[in-house]
Design a protein around this ligand. Structure first.
Ligand SMILES: NC(=O)C1=CN([C@@H]2O[C@H](COP(=O)(O)OP(=O)(O)OC[C@H]3O[C@@H](n4cnc5c(N)ncnc54)[C@H](OP(=O)(O)O)[C@@H]3O)[C@@H](O)[C@H]2O)C=CC1
Ligand SMILES: O=C(CO)COP(=O)(O)O
Length: 323
């Protein structure tokens, strides 16, 4: 029996990488980009030079600028930045209705404080949603390097979806805890910005390790207070992705922080999810529960200097490590 087609909406680095690994595994995949010129270039050159240069697109991957064509598939991967997800979902609500919608973005929506699947469920009432998240750089997936991710869905049919989306190189672990998977993925980007700042400013690797550990405590505190499972946060979508993003210069969030730490201007053209997520969470949180997140938000807004941020974090009252 022929397996269902998969539509990927958003031809950025991650969407293209997911489309490539699925197509390479023999799946029929269509990849929607909103820019017709980009689609033409992908068709003629056989690569997505703008977002994932140097990786050939398999023949069974069909780039398209017609959203209805990609959205005809029963399973759709939505791989756009979190802050643009609502616009995509609302403008294409008719085409997306009745499909399984897998959010492939990591962040919290500014203004609403909602997570990607919550945005989708608000924009498309009754939507069957899932989230694909965890430690993976798009280029690694695209090149067929071994990768493991979390597929989280609170809806029925998770195992079937897991079987449809796993490839020989991309191993998927399933959980029903979509909340925990999304909070871990969103917050690790904020902590990665802070880790970049720490190294960029020359505070050293010991400081980064401390920051990652206390950042993880912050992720656990926030997520568990909202009902996330501790094991989700200790898994790929939480701890796993925190480690990857805080320790690699391939991470845009890390590099963004590193530039700030060095006193340089970050590359404004990149998708850096942790920026808006920090502001979204800080707007709703307090510096006792979310000390690193609130400080990252204040630093990004220019409300504190780098030295003030360091001094303020270090001079807080001493506390027990637990909690
Ligand atoms: N890159 C990576 O290694 C990984 C990324 N992710 C996550 O994936 C998400 C996307 O990131 P990534 O792919 O890297 O980002 P990129 O910056 O590479 O690309 C974003 C893409 O989204 C497209 N887009 C934005 N709005 C819309 C819209 N309304 N309709 C259609 N397309 C739209 C952009 O199109 P246009 O070019 O026309 O603006 C662009 O192609 C983020 O949440 C990120 O955290 C997760 C794991 C790994
Ligand atoms: O989410 C990612 C790795 O898992 C990609 O990280 P950046 O968005 O920081 O590049």
């Amino acid at each position: 029996m022929e397996r269902p087609e998969i539509g990927v909406l958003g031809a950025g680095a991650f969407g293209t990488a997911l489309a490539i690994t699925l197509a390479r595994a023999g799946r029929r995949v269509s990849l929607y980009a909103r820019d017709e010129a980009q689609v033409d270039r992908m068709r003629t050159t056989g690569e997505n030079a703008a977002r994932l240069p140097g990786v050939p697109l398999p023949p069974s991957l069909r780039p398209t600028a017609a959203v209805a064509e990609a959205a005809a598939a029963p399973i759709l991967l939505l791989a756009v930045p979190t802050q643009t997800l609502r616009r995509l979902a609302e403008t294409q609500a008719g085409a997306l209705a009745g499909r399984t919608l897998v959010a492939c973005c990591k962040g919290v929506e500014l203004g609403s404080g909602l997570l990607p699947t919550e945005v989708l469920e608000q924009a498309i009432p009754g939507a069957r949603t899932a989230v694909l998240t965890g430690p993976s750089f798009a280029v690694d997936i695209a090149l067929g390097k071994p990768t493991a991710l979390t597929l989280a869905t609170a809806h029925r049919g998770g195992e079937a979806l897991q079987a449809e989306l796993a490839t020989p190189d991309l191993r998927l672990y399933l959980t029903e805890d979509a909340l925990g998977a999304q909070l871990g993925g969103a917050l690790k980007n904020v902590i990665a910005i802070a880790a970049g700042v720490v190294l960029g400013a020359g505070f050293g690797e010991s400081a980064r390790a401390a920051l990652m550990t206390r950042g993880f405590a912050e992720i656990q505190r926030l997520a568990e207070s909202r009902g996330a499972l501790p094991e989700t946060l200790a898994g790929l979508s939480g701890f796993g992705d925190l480690v990857l993003t805080c320790t690699s210069e391939k991470s845009r969030n890390f590099r963004h922080g590193q530039a700030i730490g060095r006193g340089e201007l970050p590359d404004g053209a990149q998708t850096v999810e942790g920026v808006m997520t920090a502001h979204a969470l800080a707007a709703d949180g307090d510096s006792d529960t979310l000390p690193v997140t609130c400080m990252v938000s204040a630093l990004l807004k220019g409300q504190v200097s780098l030295d003030e941020a360091k001094d303020l974090l270090l001079s807080r009252p001493l506390r027990h490590e637990r909690g």
